[in-house]
Design a binder for this molecule. Sequence first.
Ligand SMILES: Nc1nc2c(ncn2[C@@H]2O[C@H](COP(=O)(O)OP(=O)(O)OP(=O)(O)O)[C@@H](O)[C@H]2O)c(=O)[nH]1
Ligand SMILES: [Mg+2]
Length: 500
Amino acid sequence: MYKNKFKDIQISKNSNIKNSIITILGHVNHGKTSILNRIINNTYMESRNITQHIKYSYIMLKDEILTFIDTPGHEDFYKIRNLSIKITDIIILVVSVDDCVNKQTIECINYIKLNSNIPCIIVINKIDKNYDKNKIINELSKYNIVSKEWGGKYDFIYTSSKNNIGINNIITVILKYTKNIFNFNEINNNTISKGIIIESYINKNEGLKTVLIIKKGIFKVGNYISTNLEKNKKIKSIFSMNENLNISIPSMPIEITGLNKIHRFGNIIYSYNNKNLIKNIKFNNYKKKKIIEDNIINNINFNKNLNKINIILKTDVTGSCEVILKILKNIDKNINIVYYNIGNININDVNKALLSNSIIIGFNIKIDSKINKIIKNNKLIFNNYTIIYDLINDIKKIINKKNTDINKTDLNKIFKSNSIIKNIFNYSNYKIAGCKLNKGIININDNISIFRENKEIFNGKIKSMKILNNVVKEVKNNNEFGIIINNFNDIKINDILKSY
Ligand SMILES: Nc1nc2c(ncn2[C@@H]2O[C@H](COP(=O)(O)OP(=O)(O)OP(=O)(O)O)[C@@H](O)[C@H]2O)c(=O)[nH]1
Ligand SMILES: [Mg+2]
């Protein structure tokens, strides 16, 4: 019905082209993606999943572009929802009849209220199920979301994406609100064009690609681009859906090459063809923003502490990386992120995992068969995921297993001695634990477990032992002694040493 290519639109360079960004919001599972998929199928729209978190698609009508952004409903993605509102022209709030107003529905209603100048369409979905229309109208009216039918300001559309009911009404209503107009004649040598970055990702053939949506002006191959991280680079290529383009216009989602740094959702990108224009651009919020790249370097932390689950995380794009990091940190305080980055697993990641005793977690990435072999030969744990919830479940399982394993080893070991660390001395690269033997006999060949607050934090071998200045092979009779543990310096006063 609506199939058009951008090149068809370019032909009419003198015409006014309407362009709009439409963001789909709503609680998890209320049917946002299903509705967008229906719109795509009904209109032959082009679509692309950037990650499982943001999906963008657009329709090309004869003189109109509609770009849809599908947001995730899970509570952890509030940042994506919040930023999407900042770039959108029209909001669609999806509410399912069976769940009605839920936690993220309320969050989205708050965004709608804060941005009351943005037109908002309420889509009541899953009407193929049994439902009480009045109850839904009442629930929403508690939040001042009242339909035009009832004297309010919102269009209510009743849909079943399952049965393809009401979907085309959504497009009809959207078209009532589209108002941004673009004309090529507006562009001259003084135009500073502006886009909002959605993601960076690595393409095997073309290297780092930056995905963005144009908000103002044009993006053209050969023009300059600047962001808060990089200045006066040149656009090398523009790709949109299935087309390589020379030029692109407002509301088009495009992928460009030319930037070298990883950017993230919400970064602003400017384009111009005259370098002097950059003087007029203010990058004022640049320093305040935390940039993922700095963190990559700062986050290398080789912690051999057995109590921690060390993780190396590699993801397809920055958006998924940030979200997964946040979720992992909230699962358990013992999760230690050793390193994270975007891109496929490489030999450096494997080396880091070996050094730090880490699990490697991939998200939507690929793995070379040679690297996979090295991982297997070294008995490293590696898992690649495409669904975030599977990743979370597995990590939870690993944590449970780790906890039970620690308890199990405790039960199986028969300890021969028990000492407490009373002092710590530095000796070249080592730490000497000054201990008091409370019970039993400790031999230089014994295994050692170290306990802190009743939890085993390390087990390994003894490097050397001394009583006063004499190297000894054995300590007994409640003596005081100094001990260096092999490969472990993270000792603290009051740690308990048990030998077996
Ligand atoms: N019966 C019925 N089920 C639907 C309808 N629309 C979506 N569903 C189902 O509801 C579930 C969630 O649909 P999604 O489209 O993934 O929901 P979402 O809002 O995108 O979910 P998140 O992206 O996780 O926030 C799926 O199992 C769909 O098949 C509908 O109109 N009727
Ligand atoms: Mg979805």
